[in-house]
Design a protein around this ligand. Structure first.
Ligand code: ATP
Length: 374
């Protein structure tokens, strides 16, 4: 049984920022990474996620702010004095040492003679017990990455920092390693902070995801919450595909807002609108493509009451295996296209067909149109 003290407590960044000359890579940010969590910093290239990670590691000096680990202010500590370790995308294994010695390296450097048991346990943890006497070049990319993780964990850091650790792997191996890293994190129970630009990776592995954009955390939350309730178009688009409809709040009705887009009235839960909720407020109504059903206009009478509806015409359709993707142009929302998926096969749903797009209003979210125009 391990204690909170052994695990180091939360990582707490307060007002942390980084500027290079006149360029601000990370704007002052406050972030708490709960102890024992799998935390992902997610964003496009250049958004400041690696810089943030490197400030936690001590590899980059913050321009302002503090880094705390539990009760300890580590801002002024050099990397080797912090109870953290980093795994990089380039595994940085020693090519001339075998796997056992690569993993043992940190212990030997600290003068520990008897390393067999600890290294053995660590190799078992990453399921490489059988490979101990091989050299790095004799292992696959995924196995090499697991050696790098074992080598980083052997010193019992309180926080493991992972900087795009799966970036060099092909897609299939990447997916396997995501599950593997999650398993290892659950087993060792320490905090993992993982940098990635791959939304699926962040969603698969992390308990909490911080979506970064332009040196700021744009939204923070559990993966499902970010997906279901994005507060900006950037977050909505980064975590999958969304359709957006420009609309104006017409009325509030119970727990819902009724909004008007052209001649079309749509309903969305007030609680899921991060934009204005007063009458006349300009909102962007968002709906994920997989929530939308598509019905031929001739069958519109069969659509149950109470669903949001938009009429349109199929402009394009493409079969993509598990589903068919449709592009629908809608006269009530000019320049609006819908990518509707998971539709039951209907031979009439071909380009040119008149259709009704419809969905459960509960799946709709609303954004602040004024704030969100990119
Ligand atoms: P990537 O996924 O490409 O690594 P990132 O989100 O991790 O991107 P950072 O590496 O944190 O981004 O870089 C953030 C910004 O700071 C980038 O615009 C980068 O060019 C800039 N930057 C990073 N390091 C330096 C430096 N030493 N000097 C000047 N600018 C830098």
């Amino acid at each position: 049984m391990t204690t909170a003290q052994e695990h180091g407590g939360d990582v707490r960044l307060t007002g942390i920022s980084k500027t290079y000359g006149s360029f601000t890579a990370v704007h002052p940010l406050d972030l708490t990474v709960p102890q024992g969590s799998f935390f992902a910093l997610l964003g496009a290239s250049g958004c400041g996620k690696t810089t943030t990670l490197r400030m936690i590691a001590g590899l980059e000096e913050p321009s302002s702010g503090t880094v705390r680990l539990g009760d300890q202010d580590v801002t002024a500590l050099p990397p080797y004095k912090r109870p953290v370790n980093t795994v990089f995308q380039s595994y940085a294994l020693f090519p001339h040492l075998d796997i056992f010695e690569n993993v043992a390296f940190g212990l030997r450097r600290r003068g520990i003679k008897s390393v067999k048991k600890q290294v053995g346990e660590m190799l078992d943890l990453v399921q490489l017990g059988e490979q101990a006497r091989k050299k790095p070049h004799q292992l696959s990319g995924g196995q090499q990455q697991r050696v790098a993780v074992a080598r980083a964990l052997i010193n019992h850091p309180k926080v493991l920092l992972l900087d795009e650790p799966l970036g060099a792997l092909d897609l299939k191996l990447r997916r396997q390693m995501q599950l593997e890293l999650k398993r290892i994190q659950t087993e060792v129970g320490i905090t993992f902070v993982h940098v990635t630009h791959d939304q699926e990776e962040a969603m698969t592995m992390a308990d909490t995801v911080a979506v970064m954009n332009g040196g700021r955390v744009e939204q923070l939350g559990a993966p499902a919450d970010l997906y279901e309730n994005p507060r900006t178009t950037f977050v909505a688009n980064f975590l999958g595909t969304s359709n957006f409809i420009e609309a104006e709040v017409a009325a509030e009705s119970g727990d819902d807002l009724v909004v008007k887009a052209g001649d079309c009235k749509l309903t969305l839960p007030t609680a899921r609108c991060s934009g204005p909720t007063a009458t006349g407020g300009k909102v962007l109504v968002g709906i994920r493509p997989e929530k939308i059903s598509l019905t031929h206009a001739d069958d519109a009478g069969r659509i149950p009451e109470g669903r949001n509806r938009i009429t349109g015409r199929i402009a394009d359709s493409s079969f993509i295996g598990v589903s068919t993707q449709y592009v629908v142009h809608s006269p009530v929302c000019p320049s609006f296209e819908v990518y509707a998926q998971n539709i039951e096969r209907d031979g009439r749903l071909t380009p040119g067909a008149e259709v009704v797009l419809h969905w459960n209003p509960a799946h709709t979210f609303g954004l602040d149109a004024a704030q969100d125009v990119e």
